[in-house]
Write a new protein. Structure first.
Length: 378
């Protein structure tokens, strides 16, 4: 039976959002995505499970057209999937993780490893610079106990885009397993997981695929994932057990799944295809980003990250150096004009962030710039 035969969604019934979210997620979604959440689903029924299977298959297709990869979905926000993947991929004995950190999300991987008692070492390159590749190579050469290397692709803390291609080449040169937190880049920046030899990649429903929050997903090399049985330190976050269940029972989750979110995600994937796929979406994000940065610079704002490392996902701007400037007031003014921006997350620099991913178009960014110009009160 076609799971959609009884779906009859009217986008005209979906109210407008009161403001656009120019944040790192959850993001502004389309009315189409919000409309399909109007009905309920039974979690063990084929109608629903076939949606899960389609999603898993399509995510693998987006990830790579090389090699044997699989996908498992996991309840919770993106961090739950990171924790699930780390806790499932690291062997209970004899594993050692090297984490390349240049922001809060890299630091979170380290925190997860600590919670799970996973031996872990950290290379911190500071918040403004990409990982030090020479140091990486040196460490992998000298510390042969390291089994896995983890890095964040787009460090949403600042918007820096880490060079996963160069990092992957070194990691693979020493035959280590490669983990990438591609939460805020997957689906919005083209790259092939197979070409980069990534063993485990994590992202979530509410970032560049433009779904709503509620679950994340792990894309893994089948051969590697098969070795992970029994590793997990947590029942509910056991990605291997979840994968086994989804494989064996064709799309069934072990515990209650976020059904509406999953249905919305299917629609988000359709809209990604309709837009022209990841390349087309990347071009829209790049265009949004270009207009944003040029406009902000002409208003006197300065970006924090060097242009060569800056992602087209989210941008950090230095807070204005003015006595009267106050982020909360600036935020409230913009919100009243229909735009929600984000506070900074750098530890030592006073900044704010503007995201340009989600159902956001160059016209929206132009309207935003006008609103910002009208909101300069300092
Ligand atoms: C959004 C994000 C996460 C996950 O954050 P949640 O709040 O748990 O969804 C992890 N890593 C990166 C790089 C992110 O952008």
């Amino acid at each position: 039976m076609d799971g959609n035969s009884s779906d009859n969604f009217d986008v005209n019934l979906v109210p407008d959002n009161p403001y656009l979210l120019l944040t790192p997620g959850p993001l502004s979604t389309s009315k189409g995505v919000r409309a399909v959440m109007f009905r309920d689903w039974c979690t063990w029924d084929d109608d629903y499970n076939s949606i899960v299977q389609e999603i898993r298959k399509e995510l693998v297709e987006i990830a790579t057209n090389r090699g044997e990869y699989t996908c498992v979905l996991m309840q919770g926000s993106g961090t739950f999937s990171v924790e699930s993947a780390i806790g499932t991929m690291m062997p209970k004995e004899g594993g050692k993780l090297l984490v390349l950190v240049n922001g809060a999300y890299g630091a979170r991987i380290v925190e997860i490893a600590k919670y799970l008692n996973i031996p872990c070492i950290v290379h911190n390159s500071g918040e403004l610079d990409p990982p030090d590749l020479e140091r990486l190579e040196d460490t992998l050469k000298n510390d042969t106990n390291i089994t896995h290397v983890a890095v964040v692709h787009c460090e949403t803390t600042t918007g820096i885009l880490n060079p996963i291609e160069d990092i992957g080449r070194i990691v693979k040169g020493y035959e280590k397993k490669f983990f990438v937190d591609a939460m805020s880049s997957f689906g919005g920046i083209p790259f092939d997981v197979g070409t980069l030899s990534i063993d485990f990649l994590v992202s979530s429903a509410n970032k560049c695929i433009q779904g709503v929050p509620g679950f994340g997903f792990i894309i893994a090399k089948v051969e590697e994932f098969q070795k992970c049985a029994g590793n997990a330190r947590s029942l509910s976050l056991d990605a291997y057990a979840q994968w086994e269940e989804m494989e064996r029972n064709r799309g069934k989750w072990r515990f209650t799944s976020p059904t509406h979110t999953v249905r919305a995600f299917k629609q988000a994937l359709k809209e990604l295809r309709d837009e022209g796929g990841v390349n087309a979406r990347y071009n829209r994000y790049k265009e949004n980003h270009k207009i944003l940065v040029e406009g902000m610079e002409s208003l006197g704002f300065k970006t924090v990250i060097k242009k060569e490392w800056q992602s087209p996902i989210i941008t950090s701007f230095y807070s204005p150096n003015a006595e009267k400037y106050d982020f909360k007031k600036f935020y409230a003014l913009l919100k009243s004009k229909g735009f929600v921006i984000y506070p900074g997350k750098l530890t030592a620099i006073d900044a704010f962030r503007i995201g340009n991913i989600g159902h956001i178009f160059p016209e929206d960014i132009k309207r935003l710039l006008k609103a910002i110009e009208e909101s300069i009160f300092w």
